[in-house]
Design a protein around this ligand. Structure first.
Ligand code: V0V
Length: 149
């Protein structure tokens, strides 16, 4: 990784799903992924699962399944806007230093959704770049918990 790189790798792709148990069953039994982690994030309004495959090296991207906790959830809104169906809601890039990356993106005119980072999967620190500033893609940025400070 070059010192100029803002991002380390693709951390995960996030799918909005209607029902978490059904989506886990499909991804494990039909697609052959493995369930690595599951949690509820009240602040983000989601019930979520992380899935992995292969050797699960640190740089291997994961699949994240996101089900709405309630009707006010951003995931519920996304599904409603998508005609009641699930789909790709976000792509997430991993970083070594979230504060540095967010500062650089702000300087380059990209709006971040939160002034200060929120807590994401497994105690990670997260923020999101606004879809309007990223070509229509909701871009999550994550600093994994092991590096959190
Ligand atoms: C909205 N838009 C999207 C989008 N959501 N475009 C691409 N991908 C998405 N997921 C578009 C929408 O079509 C509009 O475009 C425009 O953005 C603004 O829409 P809006 O109705 O004003 O916005 P809302 O109220 O739907 O909110 C959108 C944002 C919201 C992105 C602000 O979803 C948000 O706060 N997301 C960040 C938090 C989140 O997604 N949490 C769940 C995952 P037009 O129609 O104007 O062209 S939690 C998670 O990932 C965790 C815990 C983790 O990984 O650790």
């Amino acid at each position: 990784m070059s010192n100029d790189d803002l991002f380390t790798c693709i951390d995960h792709v996030g799918y909005a799903v209607l029902n978490l148990d059904d989506a886990i069953t499909f991804h494990t039994e039909v697609l052959g992924w493995r369930l690595l982690h599951r949690e509820t994030n009240q602040e983000q309004g989601v019930e979520e699962a992380m899935l992995g495959t292969g050797e699960q090296l640190p740089q291997n991207a994961q699949v994240q399944l996101l089900a709405p906790l309630n009707e006010n959830s951003t995931i519920a809104k996304w599904i409603e806007r998508n005609g009641g169906k699930g789909g790709i809601q976000q792509v997430c890039y991993r970083v070594a230093d979230l504060d540095r990356t967010c500062a650089a993106l702000r300087e380059r005119g990209v709006r971040l959704l939160y002034d200060t980072p929120k807590i994401g999967t497994g105690g990670s620190r997260i923020n999101f770049a606004h879809p309007k500033d990223v070509g229509g893609i909701l871009l999550e940025i994550v600093e994994p918990a092991a590096q959190a400070h």
